[in-house]
Design a protein around this ligand. Sequence first.
Ligand code: DI6
Ligand code: FE
Length: 400
Amino acid sequence: MQGAALLTGLTAATMQGDDNAYGLIPDAAIAVGDGKILWVGPLSGCPADHLALPHHPHEGRLVTPALIDCHTHIVHGGHRAREFEMRLEGASYEDIARAGGGIISTVTATRDASLDDLIATALPRIDALIGEGVSTVEIKSGYGLDLETELNMLRAARALEQARAITVKTTFLGAHAVPAGMDADTYIDTICLPALDAAHGEGLVDAVDGFCEGIAFTPAQIARVFDRARALDLPVKLHAEQLSHLGGTALAAKYNALSADHIEYANESDAAAMAGAGTVAVLLPGAFYTLHETQMPPVDALRHHDVPIALATDWNPGSSPMGSLLLAMNMGCTLFGLTPAEALGSTTRNAALALGLTDRGTITPGQRADLAIWNVEHPAELSYRFGFNPLHQRIHEGTL
Ligand code: DI6
Ligand code: FE
C-alpha cells in the first residue's frame, strides 16, 4: 500500500456530523494509505494493523480536512490597482464597469497574455492558497470574452494542476460580461455558446457559471447558457444577487445548480428554493468588503432552510483581490456572523459540495487523504486570527 502511515497525537476536526459541529476527536490517530483515509478515531481504539504502520507524531496539533477554495478567478492578466484608487475617490463599481473599466479592463490584459504568461502569473496565487492548506481550488474563465482567450484561460487552469500538487476544478464563465461594441444576446449566440462548445470539446470544462446582474446578463440570457450546459451534461453555478435582486438565485435553483454565489440580495424564498434544489450558498466576503457592500446575505434564512453555506476568496483583480482563504473565514464570521464551526465547514465539507465533490471535505474513511495540520489547539483559532497563517503541514492525497 502506497504511503501507508499513522498520524498520531492530533485533535481531529473531522467536520462530520451536524452543520455546527467540528466532529472533534481528541488524541486522535489517522491511518492513511493509497491516498485515502483508512481509519480515524481515538488512538486508544486504533486497530492493531494500523498501529503497526509507521507513526508520524504531532504533539497535540489540530488536523482538519485540507481547505477547498470553491470560487476563484486566479487566472487573469493585469491588475486593477488604478480602479481601487478610483473607488476610493468615490466612483462606484458599476460606474467604473459602465465606463469600460472593471471586468473589461482585465479582459484586455488577459487577451494580451500568452498561455505561458497566464500560467506564470497564476502560479504565485495558487502557491499562496497551497501555503494556507488548500488542496482543491476552483478556477473560472471569463476574462477572455472571445473563443481563443476563454479556452486559453481554461488551458492555463488545467496546466496548474500539472504544475502543483493540487486539484483544480474548472468553470466556464463566458457569460461574465459583454464585450465592448456588442449587445448581450449577440455575444451569447456568436461567442459565448460556441466557446462553451469548443471548451467542452477540448475537455476543459467541469462546470458552467454566469454573472446574473444589471451590469451583466439577465436571467433569460443566463438560462440560454444553462440550457447549453444541460445539453452538454455539465453542472451549473451562478454569480447571483450580488448587487441587486434580479432572480438569479431562483434561476440557479431551477437548474439544480451546484451553487449560487455572492447572494447578498437573495431573500427567504430564494433560500427555500436553494434548499429544495440542493444548491450550496457560496458567500464571498472579499467582494462584500472591497465594494463596501452593506446588504448582508440572508444567513439566518439559509440556516433555517438548512442550505449548506460555503465561503471562498473570489480571488479576482477587481472586486476581491484577496489571496487568503483563512481571511475569508475570518470575514465570514466577523462580517456575516457565521460561527467558526460554520466557517470551517464552509471551506471544507460544504465547499466540496459546491464543486459537486463527495470524495473530500471531511476526515472519514474512504475520503481522499487531503489534510491540513495546524499549529493551533482549537479549530476556532483558524477563523479568529487574520493576517497570520498557522499551517504546519498540508498533506495532499496522502503524500506526507
Ligand atoms: N462578480 C464579481 O464580484 C466578479 N465577477 C462577478 O461576476 C468581479 C470580477 C472583476 O471585477 O474583475
Ligand atoms: Fe466571482
